[in-house]
Design a protein around this ligand. Structure first.
Ligand SMILES: [Zn+2]
Length: 125
């Protein structure tokens, strides 16, 4: 099962950890699990003060413009400058950098037809 389901923060955590967002949990090495854990902590630690300041009383107000990859398909990766890929899978939008988060979609989904690239945001399909 891919573990980047908690978008948008799932995208951010995978990006910070340098992990392909559609890998199966069972395929992660102990070192990758450690990176994932640290990235989760750091991503949420960075997001909380921003959200506290900008969301205010309207808890349904979604502030996402400070995120590094989620919602930024086609834009330059803040780490390497490559264009951020945008994929719609199982009804959810996912963004990641193919250079910083290498991996393959082949074998990542039980039903490959459910994954499709959205608008060729990086020029590749
Ligand atoms: Zn990158």
């Amino acid at each position: 099962m891919p573990w980047s389901r908690a978008t948008p923060y799932g995208d951010e955590i995978c990006f910070a950890a340098g992990l392909f967002p559609f890998r199966k949990l069972s395929s992660l090495s102990p070192q990758e699990v450690e990176r994932l854990w640290r990235a989760t902590y750091e991503a949420l630690k960075a997001a909380v003060p921003v959200l506290r300041q900008r969301v205010g009383e309207d808890i349904h107000h979604k502030v996402r413009d400070f995120l590094q990859v989620h919602g930024n398909g086609g834009q330059a990766c803040p780490k390497c400058g490559s264009r951020i890929t945008e994929i719609r899978a199982n009804g959810r939008l996912h963004n990641y950098c193919r250079q910083c988060q290498p991996g393959s979609l082949i074998g990542s989904f039980a039903h490959p037809a459910r994954a499709s690239l959205a608008q060729g945001s990086d020029g590749r399909r």
